[in-house]
Design a protein around this ligand. Structure first.
Ligand SMILES: NC(=O)c1ccc[n+]([C@@H]2O[C@H](COP(=O)([O-])OP(=O)(O)OC[C@H]3O[C@@H](n4cnc5c(N)ncnc54)[C@H](OP(=O)(O)O)[C@@H]3O)[C@@H](O)[C@H]2O)c1
Length: 402
């Protein structure tokens, strides 16, 4: 599955403006609590971004949304209405959110030099959440948004006279194809390769951020959420999320290749496999709190994860409620695969069924305290979030699932 290689990330020097000096420590390092007057955010219309916008607004931050959709404010308003925010917040949106139409994949975000500099000088914090999260895309399609997009955001924070703090949304999946053991927040190591090009592009982006921080002695916050989920049923005003799109792809493939009757498939997995699914609302809360915290390191990387993992068997059960499948786990691919088995074997879901790694979140916990959320992410929770209803009466189990 993994190629074990990754492209060296080309680093084009991004020169920050001259910085204020602070005594014998040399260049000012932003370790003190951030006093925010202006927070910019990319990806504000995305699954995580909408929740982060909500959290930041509720915490009294006014925002500059760097979005490519001119109708973004309406989308944000519809989302806030969906999640039950009061009309006084909705009424205040035009005053509290400035929309800057921009595209992270373009140099200077597609803005004029004057508009780019004005934006850079206006911000104190930039949350960079925009990305392509297409797990099936290739690297060449993903790099312009995920890697070049991050480079352009680094150019923005470099140009800002107020030395804005960059908060970069990465992913726990920069750990790549490493399936076992503990992944630490200090680590960024691509030697195990990657299970898909999305992971690799996010790895390259995080590498760029780290290199920039070291080179220019600038503090950055890197947040690495695990798989973001919700128990809110699918809705037109709530963007697709990973599980929902993976489930739909699987259902379409099963129906196309095998029709609508329940079909037995053998999938490769590990009986002790487990995954970390994090409620997106909690991820947004943690990110909002990270914005306001004091960060002790130049590169402060935080795993943003749920306090408990979920067995990969729950993922199989979930997929069986979405698609007419009866899945049996095996330790290796069968010598002769059906077309559907071959398809599943190549899908990102297949790789997840073998994951046994854990994400150490010591830094997050020491900064923000232990998670207090009583939410239990289980089959019921995940099923609610994909609007799962059984596609056919459950068939008798085939083979040994334990
Ligand atoms: N979802 C997860 O499970 C998960 C887990 C860990 C980390 N993450 C990370 O969290 C971040 C947000 O993910 P998400 O789930 O919210 O993704 P998402 O729902 O796919 O949203 C992506 C956002 O990026 C914007 N965007 C894409 N291309 C852009 C461009 N060229 N210029 C400007 N904006 C652009 C999209 O704008 P439009 O609305 O215009 O398309 C959208 O707002 C990403 O960095 C992702 O890697 C996600």
């Amino acid at each position: 599955m993994s190629s074990g290689r990754h492209r060296a990330v080309a680093f084009a020097p991004i020169r920050p403006r001259p910085q204020r000096r602070t005594g014998s420590l040399g260049f000012a390092r932003r370790s003190a609590k951030v006093q925010m007057s202006s927070v910019a955010i990319t990806g504000a219309t995305g699954f995580l971004g909408l929740h982060l916008v909500r959290e930041l607004l509720v915490r009294n931050h006014d925002l500059i949304a760097l979005v490519r959709d001119p109708g973004a404010l309406d989308r944000i308003a519809r989302f806030l209405e969906l999640v039950g925010e009061p009309s006084r917040l909705l009424d205040a949106l035009p005053r509290r959110i400035s929309i800057v139409e921009s595209d992270v994949s373009l140099p200077m975000l597609g803005l004029s030099p004057k508009a780019f500099q004005r934006l850079a000088d206006d911000v104190d914090v930039v949350w960079h959440s925009a990305a392509s999260t297409e797990l099936h895309d290739d690297l060449e399609s993903l790099r312009p948004i995920n890697v070049d997009g991050t480079r352009h955001i680094l150019e923005l924070v470099s140009a800002g006279q107020r030395r804005p703090l960059l908060c970069h949304v990465s992913t726990a999946f920069v750990a790549g194809a490493r399936r076992e053991g503990v992944v630490y927040e200090s680590e960024l190591n691509g030697s195990a390769g990657f299970e898909n090009a999305y992971e690799e592009s996010k790895f390259e982006a995080e590498t760029l951020v780290r290199d920039w921080s070291r080179r220019y002695d600038r503090t950055v916050v890197v947040a690495r959420p695990s798989i973001l989920v919700t128990d809110r049923p699918p809705h037109a005003d709530l963007p697709m999320h990973t599980l929902l799109s993976l489930g739909q792809i699987m259902r379409d493939a099963a129906t196309r290749l095998c029709g609508t009757s329940r079909t037995a498939v053998r999938v490769v997995g590990h009986p002790q496999g487990h995954l970390n699914f994090l409620p997106v609302e909690r991820a947004a809360q943690v990110l909002a709190r990270l914005t306001e915290a004091e960060h002790p390191r130049r590169v402060s990387t935080y795993h943003v994860v749920q306090g408990h993992d979920v067995s990969v068997r729950v993922l199989m059960d979930l997929m069986e409620t979405l698609a007419p499948l009866q899945m049996t786990m095996q330790s290796a691919a069968p010598a002769e695969q059906t077309a559907l088995e071959a398809f599943l074997d190549r899908s990102p879901t297949a790789a997840m069924l073998s994951h046994r790694r854990r994400y150490d979140d010591t830094r997050t916990v020491s900064l923000l305290g232990p998670p207090t959320s009583p939410i239990r992410v289980d089959l019921d929770y995940l099923s609610a979030g994909i609007g799962a209803a059984p596609v056919a009466p459950p068939a008798p189990r085939l083979g040994n699932r334990s």
